[in-house]
Design a protein around this ligand. Structure first.
Ligand code: ADP
Length: 403
């Protein structure tokens, strides 16, 4: 089979990640991460052949970042010309109710994404800009594919995705729970189907990174999830509050004279772990805890409690019929203490932690994945590294092969 090259692109509000792959081997040839776009300390990091190079360079906007990154591919002799790229896959934050699956991008797809920009005001404009810019510089024959964070959750039943607000808010303005981290949940579901050799699985998957959410998966499709209209809802996170009483927003606006936008910004960027103890990274919080910092302990206990609350809720929603609970993403894969404390509290569900197995799984420990409960635990709990990029790559490859 002939080898073909595919690009995977992830445009953030001020960042851009590009990876070039050789298919069907799924071999990553280079990974380029541009950060702080439009800021004076903008830089790019290139990872290739196990080497890492950092270059400082002012980059005005996402279009210029794309131009520079593509030139890097040519300069590093990974491609001779852009025509060698056979397909481009984009991570797109929000697909609204339009897309339950990944799609080949055309004018209608862009129009649909544009129509829901208010649902992802920081992420959707740069994604559209990158898609539009690529359209102008690569041949029309090179398909671009959109892979949405929300697609996996489109299977949720109405009673789980609707908010108890006037129904016309849903009909007129699309106010509903959409859910995020969908590509991660799809990846974990696929891995667990293979591991357990079972097609229809009931899972509770805890994606605990700097952004964090949990999904209840029934018969291998999404049944419920913690994030909502936007990623602000659900669990307490590194910098996001998660669920709070909505009246807090008006109350704080009145007390501080801040606008709704400013207050919401604080709920997204200055809350969660950071709001309580000043640090948003689990590692920093736990270091402070070791030093006896009470606020760090409080922040840790609060985030732990929100995780326990949703696992328990979803366990009941799935009628106690759960094939596995899975921890994934940065903290889920590596935070031994967090997993131990969460699982110890889940004893009433018949979950029994295997302390030794839990201690062995993390980045610098002997294993990266496996079961962390004993044989007599009522539900097996797994740790599995997620790989959202491989889902974007495979969807893009499959769609391109079938055109
Ligand atoms: P995202 O993709 O949402 O930025 P990640 O999935 O990469 O996040 O997770 C990043 C978070 O994972 C970090 O903020 C940190 O809190 C947590 N994390 C990473 N490594 C560890 C570790 N060894 N112990 C505890 N937490 C960790």
């Amino acid at each position: 089979m002939r080898t073909e090259k595919y690009l995977v692109v992830n445009a953030g509000s001020s960042s851009l990640k590009f990876s070039l792959y050789e298919m069907p081997e799924q071999k990553e040839l280079i990974n380029i991460h541009v950060e702080k776009i439009s800021l004076p300390d903008c830089f790019l990091t290139l990872k290739m052949d196990g080497n890492k190079i950092k270059k400082s360079k002012f980059i005005e906007d996402h279009a210029e970042a794309v131009k520079i990154v593509l030139q890097e591919l040519i300069d590093n002799k990974l491609i001779n010309s852009l025509d060698e790229i056979k397909g481009i896959g984009h991570r797109v934050l929000h697909g609204g109710e339009f897309y339950a699956e990944s799609v080949k991008i055309d004018e209608e797809v862009i129009k649909n994404i544009e129509s829901i920009i208010d649902l992802g005001p920081l992420h959707l404009p740069p994604a559209i800009n990158v898609i539009r810019y690529l359209e102008t510089i690569v041949s029309k024959d090179i398909p671009q594919v959109a892979v949405f964070d929300t697609s996996f959750h489109q299977s949720m039943p109405k009673e789980n995705f609707l908010y108890p607000v006037p129904f016309e808010w849903y009909e007129k303005y699309g106010v509903r729970k959409y859910g995020f981290h969908g590509t991660s949940y799809r990846y974990i579901t696929k891995v667990m189907q293979e591991k357990l050799a079972k097609e229809k699985l009931n899972l509770i998957v805890c994606h605990i990174g700097s952004g964090a959410s949990i999904a209840a998966i029934k018969d291998s499709v999404c049944y419920n999830t913690t994030m909502g209209l936007t990623p602000l809802a659900g669990l307490m996170m590194g910098t996001r509050s998660g669920d709070i009483d909505p009246s807090i927003i008006e109350y704080i606006c009145k007390k501080t004279n801040m606008t709704i936008t400013e207050t919401t910004n604080i709920l997204n960027k200055q809350s969660g772990l950071k709001g309580i103890c000043g640090k948003n990274d689990f590692r920093d919080v736990e270091e402070l805890m070791i030093e006896g910092d009470n606020m760090a302990q409080l922040a840790f206990d609060m985030i732990k409690n929100t995780i326990i609350r949703f696992i328990s809720q979803y366990y009941v929603e799935l009628d106690g019929n759960v094939d596995a609970i899975v921890f994934t993403a940065g903290a889920g894969e590596n935070d031994i203490d967090l997993r131990r404390e969460v699982l110890n509290k889940l004893k009433p569900l018949g979950i029994i932690i295997d302390e030794k197995a839990n201690d062995d799984i993390a980045k610098f420990r002997s294993k990266k994945s496996g079961i962390i409960t004993t044989n007599d635990s009522k539900v097996a709990v797994y740790v599995e590294p997620t790989d959202e990029e491989s889902i974007i790559l495979m969807d893009t490859y499959t769609i391109c092969q079938n055109i």
